[in-house]
Design a protein around this ligand. Structure first.
Ligand code: HEC
Ligand code: HEC
Ligand code: HEC
Length: 454
């Protein structure tokens, strides 16, 4: 035979291929896998667009239905998120910052070109229940559809009637400023796969109808846990730490469970006043992002307010601790009663000169218009930021009790001064560990606030 006979037979070539051949084959398999993966994910992520429809006329809805929608919109804070200060209602443009970039709320007024005027009720319902826009694109969970998915079809119907009868505003949506790749809408399908379960509210048959109504309002409509529950690395609410407190918009939304650090229990009475008027006798004022919430809750029908209060009370069983109220008040009043002329430390002297003229209370009880700092959650939280915000900015006339203000000390106090007063209150009003690095945190919050101002 010729030298060809020395060429290894084909079979053995297959059993010990050249490394290059093996690589090509691997590359081909890998490419097929990627294509199948991408096509599969695209098919999974794809949602059809829903055709435009005529904008319904006001006459097509009963006034009662529109009024019901208005109350639901108040409980769902639609206006707070979909309007900006000085802007037209529901025209969007409200900026929501996160670690993934800035998302701007959209125009949900019934303008056909720039708002949702061309959305049918089916498209609106799908957005609320599944977080999908009319054109089939996935919405970001900055829009709390993970809560609105719990809403009944009849409530969605009322909300649709309300939204479609607002004044149309022509205003283009502000483009989002997201960090790559978080701005890719189809990737939201992956987020949904991991963290989102669509489905209506399921009542707990062990609980009363009042409690269940409150759970529906809190979980479905008012999405209290969106601020009060810590979030994981992808922005998902950690369901095993529901209502255990979280940072939101530079503030700390305290735990609403038994882990709430105020010595004063959150009883039905306290919650009722705090949530619906923004000021409670013992816990003080709803400030920061919570001020907006309590202003909106003031417009919620009384029966829904009561239900919400009953549900929130159950998170910490505040009513079972009413026996603690008087002793806790007595302890707080003792701090207020001390002789100011004997206070020597720098923080204490600052407190006497800057704060004590307003923040004093006398036995037998506290004055609701002068929050007792020995009861206020801000002094007891592990995170000092709420107290720092209040000292720097005060409480404006539109928050808390009508007509009552607390001046801000941003101009009058240095970072060290603010840190001294905060440390003094922490040391004299609580048994908690001192806050570390306070002056640095004050400087940081000051810088953030200045950056936030236009
Ligand atoms: C916490 C803030 C927040 C609240 C509260 C909120 N929204 Fe939104 N909403 C958003 C953001 C942000 C978007 C845009 C999401 C995106 O671009 O993916 C949005 C989008 C929408 C969309 C889709 C519109 C579009 O142009 O694609 C609808 C519809 C909507 N919201 C209705 C409502 C209604 C009704 C309520 C009250 C029941 C409400 N929203 C409450 C933040 C909010
Ligand atoms: C936009 C974010 C946000 C939403 C939504 C929100 N909260 Fe809050 N909440 C806060 C912040 C921030 C504070 C701290 C305010 C302060 O220090 O004055 C707070 C404070 C509170 C407090 C007082 C806690 C304490 O110990 O001082 C209660 C009670 C409360 N919220 C209940 C609710 C309920 C009930 C809902 C739903 C109806 C709700 N919150 C929705 C952000 C929010
Ligand atoms: C001119 C009177 C006045 C002075 C001075 C003053 N406060 Fe206040 N403070 C108030 C009032 C009034 C409220 C309640 C506001 C409301 O409910 O509208 C308040 C509320 C507070 C709260 C409660 C906020 C909440 O979320 O519940 C804290 C904390 C506080 N003040 C700390 C201080 C400290 C610290 C100082 C000194 C650096 C100080 N205040 C100086 C009047 C004052």
């Amino acid at each position: 035979m010729t030298s060809q006979g020395e060429v290894p037979p084909k079979e053995s070539a297959a059993s010990s291929p050249r490394p290059q051949g093996r690589f090509i084959r691997f590359a081909v398999y890998f490419a097929i896998l990627v294509v199948v993966g991408v096509v599969g994910f695209a098919a999974f992520a794809w949602r059809p667009s829903i055709a435009e429809g005529p904008t319904p006329t006001a006459a097509s809805f009963s006034p009662v239905l529109i009024e019901q929608g208005a109350r639901l919109a108040a409980s769902g804070f639609c206006a707070s998120c979909h309007s900006v200060a000085g802007g037209k209602p529901f025209a969007g443009g409200y900026a929501m910052k996160s670690g993934f970039g800035t998302i701007y709320s959209t125009n949900i007024s019934p303008d056909r070109e720039t708002g949702i005027g061309a959305w049918t009720e089916e498209a609106f319902r799908r957005a609320m229940h599944e977080g999908v826009a009319r054109d089939g694109s996935h919405l970001f969970p900055a829009f709390p559809y993970d809560h609105f998915t719990k809403l009944s079809d009849s409530d969605i119907h009322a909300l649709y009637a309300y939204m479609m009868t607002r004044t149309p505003v022509s205003q283009r949506d502000h483009p989002n400023e997201m960090i790559f790749p978080f701005g890719i809408r189809s990737l939201q399908a992956g987020w949904k796969l991991l963290f989102f379960r669509a489905g209506r509210f399921v009542p707990d048959t062990q609980e009363s109808p009042l409690w269940n109504r409150g759970a529906y309002v809190a979980e479905g409509l008012s999405h209290c846990s969106a601020c009060h529950t810590p979030r994981g690395p992808l922005g998902e609410e950690l369901k095993n730490r529901l209502y255990q407190g979280a940072v939101v918009d530079g503030w700390f939304a305290p735990a609403l469970t038994a882990a709430n650090p105020s010595p004063m229990p959150w009883t039905t009475d306290e919650l009722q006043r705090y949530l619906t008027t923004g000021i409670s006798k013992y816990h003080g004022t709803a400030a920061g992002p919570m001020a907006t919430v309590s202003r909106e809750l003031a417009d919620v029908p009384p029966e829904d307010q009561r239900a919400l209060v009953a549900y929130i009370e159950s998170l910490s069983s505040g009513d079972s601790r009413t026996a603690e109220v008087n002793p806790v008040v007595a302890t707080a009043l003792k701090s207020d009663a001390q002789d100011h002329t004997r206070i020597r430390e720098a923080g204490g002297r600052l407190f006497v000169s800057a704060c004590a003229s307003c923040h004093y209370n006398r036995a037998p009880d506290v004055n609701p218009e002068r929050p007792d700092l020995g009861l206020n959650t801000a002094i007891f939280l592990d995170d000092p930021r709420n107290l720092i915000h209040v000292i720097l900015d005060g409480i404006s006339a539109k928050d808390g009790a009508p007509g009552i203000v607390m001046p801000g000390f941003a101009r009058g106090m240095t970072n060290e001064d603010v840190a001294l007063v905060a440390s003094y209150l922490r040391a004299t009003r609580t048994d908690k560990a001192p806050w570390p690095d306070l002056a640095k945190q004050v400087a940081q919050i000051r810088a953030e606030e200045q950056g936030a101002k236009p």
